[in-house]
Write a protein that binds this ligand. Structure first.
Ligand SMILES: *Cc1c(COP(=O)(O)O)cnc(C)c1O
Length: 365
């Protein structure tokens, strides 16, 4: 079976975990601090606050920026539910703006048009998601944010190491958030990190992940226990050394798909704008006139996994109806009907990639 994900754990990760176990310092300590510094450095931000998963990293990012009840945040409806749920945790309202159907990412032109028509002072921030490993058009987003005085949060849970003209996704906005779940581009088991441009804001983030603690048993804000463990950070430090190699493998697999699935009207391939480095958390095609469920069943029968990422636009989630705001999300709703992600993870062999291609072609052609 060729699956959708296969996390790589080497001897170095195992040795690093054993060393933490032997040290006796299992919870949040010096190893976490080292991981925070090295990961922030890798992305190009000034400080990091590690947490227990990517969802908490988003929650803490918004807490640090002071996003709270009555605030509105502009964001994409085509993403994993954690992105916009983080707004609901803070009683803020997600304002969904449609995606660009070429990239599946928040469309800066639609964002600007929406703001021109609907801007109100309660709109405090833009939450972008670099979905599938492709960065959003951050130069355009930052210009809009500047014009309307909005903070920018980057959800980089799928985009570790992706770049625009050599600058990494996660280094453009005020705050950026990563997940280290095992299926992501690198892992700590479970884990997350919030990166900050402003180091003082990071101090606030550190407080929020640790019960709002200012001194022993003294707390000046409502905080949470979202701390990362030294065990997870030890895995992360080793994975950080490998992430560029993992991404190279993903990109190599994607290149074979790009070449061998091209020139087929039934399949729309991922689009990569000039100067962008896509890190293919997912290799996502869009089907045209092909029965998606039937194709998935055919692939499964032939030992090839696939996944619909994502089957719903966020406004279609049952409990979102009364808690969000939007105009027209037809591109996001349509994407949810036609996208299909196929295996692209770094452990695939070339033969496996070629088999995926054969199995798809034998159904589509
Ligand atoms: C995985 C993911 C998250 C949440 O990360 P967890 O570590 O699973 O909590 C948030 N946003 C996006 C886009 C994701 O893919």
């Amino acid at each position: 079976m060729i699956g959708m994900a296969k996390p790589f754990v080497g001897q170095e990760e195992i040795d690093a975990v054993v060393a933490v176990m032997k040290s006796g310092m299992l919870a949040c300590g010096a190893v976490v601090t080292e991981f925070e510094e090295k990961f922030a450095d890798y992305i190009g931000m000034n400080a990091g606050v590690a947490s227990c998963n990517g969802t908490t990293a988003l929650h803490v990012a918004l807490l640090s920026l002071g996003i709270s009840e009555g605030d509105k945040v502009l964001t994409t409806p085509f993403t994993f539910i954690a992105s916009s749920n983080s707004l609901l945790f803070n009683r803020a309202t997600p304002v969904f703006v449609d995606i660009d159907p070429k990239t599946y990412l928040l469309d800066p032109e639609k964002l600007e048009a929406y703001l021109e028509e609907h801007y109100e002072p309660s709109m405090k921030a833009i939450l972008v998601v670099h979905l599938f490993g492709l960065p959003c058009d951050m130069p355009a987003i930052m210009k809009i944010a500047d014009k309307y005085n909005l903070k920018v949060i980057e959800d980089c849970a799928q985009s570790h190491g992706s770049e625009i003209n050599g600058k990494k996704a996660g280094s453009f906005g005020d705050v950026s958030c990563f997940s280290f779940y095992p299926t992501k581009n690198m892992t700590t088991g479970e884990g997350g990190i919030t990166l900050y441009k402003d180091s003082e804001l990071a101090e606030l983030g550190k407080k929020y992940i640790n019960h709002g603690r200012v001194d022993q048993y003294l707390h000046d804000v409502l905080g949470f226990n979202y701390r990362m463990t030294n065990i997870a950070a030890a895995i992360g430090l080793e994975q950080l050394k490998r992430v560029d190699g993992f991404n190279d493998n993903r990109r190599k697999n994607a290149k074979i798909y790009d070449e061998k699935l091209a020139n087929n009207d039934a399949i729309k391939l991922p689009f990569v704008p000039e100067g962008y480095k896509h890190v293919y958390h997912q290799y996502t095609i869009a089907l045209n006139g092909v029965d998606r469920e039937a194709l998935q069943a055919h692939m499964l029968k032939n030992g090839v996994g696939s996944a619909v990422v994502y089957p719903f636009s966020m406004n279609e989630q049952p409990f979102y109806k009364d808690v969000c705001q939007f105009d027209n999300l037809s591109h996001a709703e349509n994407a949810a009907r036609v996208v299909l992600s196929i295996p692209v993870h770094p452990a695939l062999t070339e033969d496996e990639v070629l088999k995926v291609i054969d199995v798809i072609n034998s159904f589509v052609n």
